[in-house]
Design a protein around this ligand. Structure first.
Ligand SMILES: *Cc1c(COP(=O)(O)O)cnc(C)c1O
Length: 458
């Protein structure tokens, strides 16, 4: 058993429930607040944007939520996803550590995003919603939502961050192939987009701006709602299918993890893998260290402030207490577009504040080096986002080489990089530059963005 390379679950062993971490938290998380009144939001405040089923999942204190049959049936197209042991990477590193990765690149759009896109569209379709709007950074979320909308015959309109719209034309083609309409963001189709363009016509855009545009269109049309691909509790809930499967697979391999490591943009693949393991840890059945890895160009956990902030740039969303660089902060257009978000999931932020998880930041050159080594040993070209987790896994494996420790390391390889090959091309040509966080301009930008955090009365 122990030397298995690929651990697959039968459909009959597939988990049938998502896991909600909230009732097991040692301390309850701070409430989400109304952007104007600063009072905790109620279900009615969110109803223009989301279907009630998702709003209830956002706040439920039930430990488990059943996966609807219709969703489970679609999951079967790619789930359960494989867990691999990285034997060849271990050998290349000459490490006594055992490295496992849960591979989400087998999904229709090539990442973990369909795990939540499918149930989100399902609940909206059940409500009779005809159209969903959303933003996309790297294009991964847009592709996943476009795919899911197609299955339920719901229209899909997507604002793609300008830098990625220009740099990743194949992602746009994929979204359009699945039937979606795609606009670059900022666009002249919304008030928030026009405002940003008037200030800076050449802006590369940001996730925060694209969210403002998609939310604006959903809020002003009755038959249209909005879908978010990360950050919110219900998104992380749906992603726990990753960790629930991985728990069973790792047990089948006869292993208990010592280190869980994952990349964090808004925190959904990370939370999805980690939450079931944290439950096991709090129940005393294992004691892994849990480590988040973010890019040095957008280090919300390690350099941000823990404060109430808006989820979007225009300041229209409810206020969430999270680690944030400020909703005005526009990160450098790094290749890991999915990690370019100014804030962090409130649940992940809360866990970090409570010291239940650790966080580190990695420059993109180190991450691409890890991605290339991984491709050359394991045969999968990773998306730029999970190369951050791979870089941290490799770092730990090399430490094990020094100390002789046989640690078991588990990471989420949350997507493949087949549509990110221009970024690999740039890396191989020596064209990748790392953002220096100590740079005076960056510090001034951050200070300006943090100064615009909403003033709270408490
Ligand atoms: C969207 C995305 C991310 C970042 O989002 P999280 O919510 O932090 O998971 C990371 N990796 C890939 C492949 C993505 O598509």
């Amino acid at each position: 058993m122990r030397s298995a390379t690929k651990i697959l679950l039968d459909e009959s062993e597939a988990p049938r429930r998502w896991y909600n971490l909230i009732p097991d938290l040692p301390e309850p998380p701070p409430p989400v607040l109304h952007p104007v009144t600063h009072q905790p939001v109620g279900p009615d405040d969110l109803a223009p944007l989301f279907p009630m089923a998702l709003i209830l999942q956002e706040v439920t204190t039930d430990r488990y939520v059943d996966i609807p049959d219709e969703v489970a049936e679609i999951y079967r197209l790619w789930r359960p996803s494989p867990l691999y042991r990285a034997h060849r990477l271990e050998r290349a590193l000459d490490t006594p550590a055992r490295i496992y990765y849960k591979y989400e690149g087998v999904s229709p759009s090539g990442s973990h995003k369909p795990n939540t896109a499918v149930p989100q569209v399902f609940y909206n379709a059940q409500d009779g919603i005809r159209k969903l709007t959303t933003e996309t950074g790297a294009g991964q979320w847009g592709s996943a939502l476009a795919f899911a909308c197609g299955l339920f015959d719901v229209d899909c309109e997507i604002w793609q961050v300008r830098a990625s719209y220009d740099g990743k034309p194949y992602r746009r083609s994929m979204m359009e192939t699945f039937g979606a309409t795609v606009h670059p963001s900022p666009s002249d189709r919304t008030e928030s987009g026009r405002k940003i363009l008037a200030d800076d016509p050449d802006t590369p855009g940001s996730l925060g701006i694209a969210i403002s545009e998609a939310v604006e269109v959903a809020a002003t049309h009755d038959d249209t709602r909005y879908a978010l691909g990360s950050v919110l509790n219900h998104v992380l809930l749906h992603q726990t299918i990753i960790g629930e499967e991985a728990l069973v697979q790792l047990a089948q391999a006869g292993e208990t993890p010592d280190l869980l490591v994952g990349c964090t943009g808004g925190g959904s693949n990370f939370g999805g893998l980690m939450f079931p393991f944290l439950r096991e840890k709090w129940a005393g059945r294992m004691s892994p260290v849990v480590r988040a890895v973010e890019p040095t160009a957008c280090p919300s956990l390690t350099r941000g402030t823990y404060a109430y902030d808006f989820g979007d740039t225009a300041g229209t969303t409810p206020l969430m207490k999270m680690h944030t660089l400020g909703h005005d902060f526009i990160p450098d257009p790094i290749h890991a577009g999915g990690l370019r978000y100014h804030g962090m999931s409130p649940l992940i932020s809360h866990l970090y504040e409570e010291k239940e998880i650790e966080a580190i930041a990695k420059p993109q050159s180190e991450c691409f080096a890890a991605g290339v080594l991984f491709a050359r040993t394991e045969g999968i070209v990773p998306a730029p986002e999970p190369t951050h987790a791979l870089a941290a896994a490799i770092e730990e494996a090399l430490r094990c080489k020094e100390s002789g420790e046989e640690k078991v390391i588990l990471t989420a390889l949350c997507g493949h990089g087949h549509l990110d090959l221009p970024a690999y091309g740039a890396y191989l040509a020596g064209e990748i530059v790392d953002k220096d966080w100590a740079d005076a301009d960056v510090q001034a930008e951050l200070a300006a963005a943090l100064a615009k955090l909403p003033a709270m009365s408490t």
